[in-house]
Design a binder for this molecule. Sequence first.
Ligand SMILES: C[S@@+](CC[C@H](N)C(=O)[O-])C[C@H]1O[C@@H](n2cnc3c(N)ncnc32)[C@H](O)[C@@H]1O
Length: 222
Amino acid sequence: MKPFFVKGGKVRLRKKPWIETAMDEVRDKTLFDNGLETMKGHWQELFPDKSLTLEIGCGKGKFIIGMAELHPEKAFIAVEFQHDIAFYPARKALEKKLNNVRVLLADAQGILEWFEEGEIKELYLNFSDPWPKARHAKRRLTHRRFLEMYRKLLGKGGKLRFKTDNRGLFDFSMEEFAAVGAKVLRYSTDLHNSNIDNEVQTEYEERFSAKGNKICFAEVEF
Ligand SMILES: C[S@@+](CC[C@H](N)C(=O)[O-])C[C@H]1O[C@@H](n2cnc3c(N)ncnc32)[C@H](O)[C@@H]1O
């Protein structure tokens, strides 16, 4: 299997032979890493009158597709850097004829190159990779270096919502929110037994809550 490269020089393995042709089928719903800069400040033109929502690390897209169906008044942009995974939400959006979904096949490290400050109103991080080793802490999507990017992306009043079953990652993230002065508006260490609304479960959420894991949640404003 040949490695391939995306922005930032990161190697992403797992490229499968079928994916090149398959990605062609979903081209209408997919935007690729190269050229995203031209969209900066213009996303609203793609989705007139819709409030812009972003999910980073959407996986196979159960969450983003479910939310797009429930909220036609919003547009959902999903970032996923693995081709053979990004294909699924794009295909679901096509099959369901959803005009409020786009999948960005790209590494989230580039978000400030693709979005104007304040262009996104809501940001979701669902079951982000925990990177449990301390030396990899900087790779966690709730590390302060990412939070400073989200602050710009969301502008004033924008909200970040975060779910995970990984208590270590959750505690780390709460510390990072405090470190950058972000305000935690709501949180729970047992979302499914709380009175916080949880409109759509993600693939990982279904899988891990079925095993008995508690789901942690936080909503944050910068
Ligand atoms: C553990 S999975 C969770 C998938 C989904 N959100 C869920 O809850 O079922 C994390 C996903 O994030 C993607 N991901 C991780 N870091 C990313 C990054 N920097 N940019 C884009 N996608 C990323 C991975 O490829 C993977 O599909």
